[in-house]
Design a protein around this ligand. Structure first.
Ligand code: KG4
Ligand code: ZN
Length: 339
């Protein structure tokens, strides 16, 4: 069974062709167009601009994915789409396109939760015999809009066990980068600047709620603290900017790693699965590896290219745990929760 999968929940437009393969999902083609460069000018996403760009690129992106995979509509059995959470205008583009194609081609329509899809990017394989994550596991899904800890008992049995009570970790990085004049998206910009710092920022930033014995996180105080540091410093030179970037990067990663390990201790599971745009963070990957290794816990991350939004993860989720829906009934749902 091959499916066409569409992603358009934020500033990316993605399409993939996916099929079941062994215990996971194989991606036959994955095409993506991003409007991030335009948003970089504004220091953040402009939703109206994102949606208008998606109107332009949606059909070319789908066409390219279909051609690259060497398939045609007769070989495609279903159309999967990310129906939420995300930005309303952006989601509508993908959802309405998927509905139109499913109707015109007389195919099944599969609704996919964008956050679940981030996690299921870990099930993308190349060959029949490739390994996939073992369950039960603790999942950390961390993006620009969400930061959730999930206890995954089976592919379809997820329980929310913790997460941020305010901003997402990615949002904190994006806002900090903006305050530091580093551009959008903030995560990679902060990472680049942090790697070039030669010294340490003079003040330690707060790690809100980190030492509390629960699975709650908070990033808005950290975001505000960065803005305050910038204001108080007046003008930052290049090295100071890099040092502050390094400190905020470390603060975010400290919180994420600490709470994920607390979740491991609480649930007693032997597997950790990390996903979402922030999972592309080099520091997060290194620190998670260290902590999991000391505990003898198996760590799973998606391939780098499948961390930030993409069509492949929608294909993986569509096959692994997609929900078949009536074409007339599917609606974009910007506020959909991870579980
Ligand atoms: O999953 P994603 O592409 O979109 C949402 O669903 O939100 O995540 C985007 C977030 C942004 O906040 C971006 O700054 C962050 O992921 N991000 C990173 C890196 N690449 C993207 N954060 C840290 N390090 C990275 N390399
Ligand atoms: Zn995402």
């Amino acid at each position: 069974m091959k499916i066409l999968a569409i992603e358009s929940s934020c500033d990316e437009t993605g399409a993939s062709i996916a099929e079941p393969c062994g215990r996971g999902v194989k991606i036959l083609a994955d095409v993506k167009a991003s409007s991030a460069e335009i948003h970089n000018k504004y220091g953040g996403i402009v939703p109206e601009v994102a949606a208008r760009e998606q109107v332009k690129v949606m059909v070319p992106v789908i066409k390219e994915a279909v051609e690259k995979a060497g398939v045609n509509k007769d070989l495609i059995e279903a159309v999967a789409v990310s129906s939420g959470p995300g930005l309303m205008g952006s989601l509508l583009m993908g959802v309405e396109t998927a509905k139109s194609l499913a109707w015109a081609w007389e195919k099944d329509l599969i609704s996919v939760n964008h956050m679940a899809a981030h996690m299921l990017a870990n099930w993308i394989v190349e060959d029949e015999g490739d390994e996939v994550p073992e369950l039960p596991a603790v999942g950390l899904v961390v993006s620009g809009g969400h930061t959730d800890l999930i206890e995954m008992k089976a592919i379809n049995k997820w329980k929310w066990i913790g997460g941020t009570r305010d901003d997402a970790a990615g949002e904190c990085l994006d806002k900090a980068a903006r305050a530091l004049g580093l551009g959008y998206p903030g995560g990679p910009a902060i990472q680049r600047a942090a790697e070039e710092a030669t010294g340490k920022w003079k003040n330690k930033l707060p790690r809100p709620m980190m030492n509390e014995d629960n699975l709650e996180m908070s990033f808005s105080g950290l975001k505000t603290a960065v803005v305050r540091e910038v204001e108080e410093a007046g003008e930052l030179n290049e090295e100071e900017t890099r040092q502050l970037a390094k400190e905020v990067n470390e603060a975010v990663v400290d919180i994420l790693v600490d709470k994920t390990m607390k979740a491991v201790n609480k649930t007693g599971v032997g597997n950790v699965i990390v996903a979402g745009g922030v999972a592309a963070s080099k520091l997060l990957r290194e620190r998670m590896e260290q902590e999991c290794e000391t505990r003898g816990v198996i760590l799973n991350f998606p391939e780098m290219k499948y961390c930030t939004d993409n069509g492949a993860m929608i294909g993986a989720a569509g096959i692994m745990r997609g929900e078949m829906v009536d074409i007339e009934k599917l609606e974009a749902n910007p506020g959909l929760e991870t579980v």
